[in-house]
Structure formats: structure tokens, C-alpha cells
Design a protein around this ligand. Sequence first.
Ligand code: SAM
Length: 339
Amino acid sequence: MTISHDTFTFVADLVRRRSAILLEPGKEYLVESRLLPLAREAGASGVDQFVAQLRANPSPARTAVVVEALTTNETSWFRDVAPFDALRRHIVPELRAGGLGRLRVWSAACSTGQEAYSIAMTLQEVLVPTVAVEITATDLNEQVLERARSGTYTQLEVNRGLPAPTLVRHFQRHGSGWQVSDELRRWITFRQHNLLDVPPPGGPFDVVFLRNVLIYFDLPTKRAVLERVRAALRPGGYLVLGAAETTIGVHDDYERVVLDRATVYRSAGGRAAAAAPAAAPTTAATATAASLAAARSTLAGVPARPASAAVPPRPVLPTPARPAGSVFAPTSTRGAGLT
Ligand SMILES: C[S@@+](CC[C@H](N)C(=O)[O-])C[C@H]1O[C@@H](n2cnc3c(N)ncnc32)[C@H](O)[C@@H]1O
């Protein structure tokens, strides 16, 4: 370990206050390896000096860049498969039986967007065009959101969980990589949101995917996040957690429901009226979204890129209904030339 105890303590405390992510003793190597590239970009001799500079001049934007660097953004397409099967085979049919006219989904802590696009692809297979779909996808990290909005992925990334027919159907070639179709990108609104804040606009939600993020939080934070999510769910709405996560022993107002190989949670006492204020208050982390790109660019010595791709929202699914079970059946040969 080459970073000082003081540097580690400062960074761990900062990251915990801004994101709730726990960096316990033993994670010094993680802090050092994540901050070293930023230190180099800033011309500092090492992480200790870089952090000393930050402490001397703690601008919100520079602070946010450091917090973002300490997030873990591991994700993949149709991660764990079973939750997406449950959405297609059980959750959507149940909602449709109740006279569904609009489906609102929140992909919380969506990282680079694979989860949100996997939800969109799944819904496109099973919903009729008359059902309006609104997917809100959020993350603390503006850098991963920029990638999510662009919908562009390398060959290596699409190889992680995306069946070839699905790739052919929903993507087009983009340089040496791939880009998600404009059609799917229009269904999703990507926005920066900190799970420590009240839920984002777009609810009340019928389904919330909150996967593989609670694992980074302590128990009181998990409980508080689950309470905010419960308030953002419509009564009876579904919560989908990561494979290693549960509401049991954390929050009592969720009912555990097993749907084939998936375990999901149903909101027992959700209050639709309490959900999704028009304008959510922001933490210091979310308030710095605009200046973040500029700060990152300053660190990197390159001009800032625009924050979002210009794809206007489109509320109604345009594709005709397809028979259940056809999720991975290609209906188009666009994108042929798959390698
Ligand atoms: C491991 S990824 C999970 C991605 C996706 N949900 C999945 O399961 O594949 C965790 C994500 O949580 C985000 N995150 C961490 N703390 C957060 C917070 N306080 N608010 C919002 N997002 C947060 C990180 O930026 C990261 O992209």
C-alpha cells in the first residue's frame, strides 16, 4: 500500500457521505488503483498529493469525480436471466390482466445501461403497441450514464450475456462496436440520481429494478433506500433485487414472491400518491452534474462532451404483439455481419 492512512480515511469518509458506499479498511488498494489515473491526469505525483490538492481546493465537481471513480459499475445484459424471464412470463401478464395501459419501470443504479436496455427488449416482446412504456434509468455516476445514453457498446461488452439473435435484432454496427436501435433508446430516460435522495420523477413505478447496489451499503442505508423505493412503487408493484440481495431482515413492507427461478418482492403498503415528486431535491453529488463533465475534461485536458444524446422520448410501443416465448426470435436481419 502506498497511500497514507490519512488519505484513505479522508476518501472513505467522503465517498460514504456522498454515495453511502462503504470503503472499509483493507480497501486501500482499491482507492489507490481508482484514483491513480485521476492523479496522473491532474499532474500530481501520486494519490496522496492528488487528495491533498482536493482537500485544499474541494470544488464540488472535483469531489464528484473522485466519488464516481470509487463506484463499481460491473454489469451485463439480461444479468442472471431469471429476473427478465419473470418480467416477461409473470409480471407483465399479471399487470396486463389488471387492465394495463401504461407501464412505468425504474432501473435504479443502472450503470452503463445494459439493464435498462434488457428491460426494454423484454417488454418489446410481450407488450402490445397500445401500452405506453416509460423506463426511467438512473445512476449516481454521470460518466456511466453518458455511455448508457449513447447506447454504444464494444464487441466485448455485447458478448456478455446478449444472445446473437437479440444483438442482430436490436443493434446496428457502430464502428468496431454496436449501437442499440434508436427505437429502444427512445423508451428510456437516463438521468443522474443518488439513491440517498427522494426517488426521481417518472413514478409511481409498476416495477423497480434495484440490482447489485444495496450490497455496497450498510444496513440503515439499505433500509432507508428500500423505504424510498417502496414509496415510489405503486401499491402491489414489484421490486427486483440482485441475486445476493434481499429485503428480508431489512424492510418488512415487502412480500417475497417466487416466480419460477426468480425471487422478487412485492410492495405491501406502497403509496402511489407519495411517489415521484415533479422535481426531486438533490444532494451535493447530483447537483454537480453539469459541472462534472467540465471538471473531468479539465482533469483529462480535453473539451467536455454534451451530456446527453438527442433522442426524443416516445411513450407508446410501436411494434406489433408477438407470441409469448419469442423473446430471442429475430424478426429482422438488420445488423447482419455479426462477428
Ligand atoms: C454493480 S453496478 C449494478 C448495475 C446494474 N444494476 C446491474 O445489476 O447489472 C452498481 C451501480 O450502482 C451505482 N451507485 C452506487 N452508489 C449509488 C448511489 N448512492 N446512488 C445511485 N447509484 C449508485 C454505481 O455507480 C454503479 O453503476
